[in-house]
Write a protein that binds this ligand. Structure first.
Ligand SMILES: [Zn+2]
Length: 249
């Protein structure tokens, strides 16, 4: 901790990676933490594969029901999201790469061109056949007892949230942008990610190989702690505001 504020002050090209842990204070549960969705219900993880979604209408019906009640619709950005906006204002944040699909960074005020959504966004729906996107709110409004699994209005294809399911490749352009940001930064800050999902987690190695300092802020140990220059296990809502304020003055 002692040196980390100085590292933030000195860095000229900061790349931040955020995971579910930054949104738990906003009421969005994480996946793999002690109270995570998949920790409590391993079945839920198996329900998240693209193969099951395409093959099984019942999986899609359940997916639409769970989207309806997703905590993202009522969640508000928290202090950790907000201080990353302050960090951006220093002009030294090159990218805010996120594994989250909740758009809380953008709603906190982070620039849309800084935010790289590795795993997509739940605020949009996408047709798996023709690729057309529509606002998720519009599609959720169509969900009913008679239409439990609304199809694409253009081509009749299967609609899904514009998020990356297990078995689905990441958008190559999005991944390339994240890779570039990690490779060219001089400080890589991984916040609230278990760093167990690839290729997102591998960005840490990309950054270190590119010569960056690497700091992990996460409550639980991660597989990348061993190559980190500092590992901070304190609550994100406490440590991140202190760190950023010390660094930006
Ligand atoms: Zn379509």
């Amino acid at each position: 901790m002692v040196d980390v504020p100085d590292w933030l002050t000195d860095a000229r090209r900061i790349c931040v990676l955020t995971g579910a842990g930054i949104s738990t204070d906003s009421g969005i549960p994480d996946y793999r933490g002690p109270n995570g969705i998949w920790t409590k219900n391993p079945q839920a993880q198996r329900m998240s594969s693209i193969q099951d979604y395409v093959a099984d209408p019942e999986v899609r019906r359940r997916a639409w029901q769970s989207r309806r009640s997703h905590p993202a619709w009522s969640a508000e950005p928290n202090e950790a999201h907000r201080v990353l906006v302050d960090l951006e204002k220093t002009g030294r944040l090159t990218a805010l790469v996120t594994q989250n699909i909740d758009e809380l960074h953008q709603r906190a005020g982070s620039s849309r061109d800084k935010v790289i959504e590795l795993h997509g966004t739940i605020w949009w729906a996408e047709c798996l056949s023709c690729g057309v996107r529509s606002p998720m709110a519009d599609e959720l409004a169509r969900v009913s007892d008679t239409e439990p699994d609304p199809a694409c209005t253009l081509c009749g294809g299967i609609l899904k949230s514009a998020t990356i399911s297990f078995g689905q490749p990441l958008d190559p352009k999005v991944l390339q942008a994240a890779w570039q940001a990690a490779r060219s930064c001089d400080l890589f800050l991984a916040i609230g990610s278990s760093l167990t999902v690839q290729p997102a987690a591998g960005l840490c190695e990309v950054a270190v190989e590119g010569g960056a300092r690497f700091v992990v802020v996460n409550a639980e140990p991660t597989p990348y702690d061993g190559i980190a220059d500092a590992v901070l296990r304190e609550a994100i809502g406490d440590i991140l505001p202190r760190l950023v304020r010390a660094a930006v003055g």
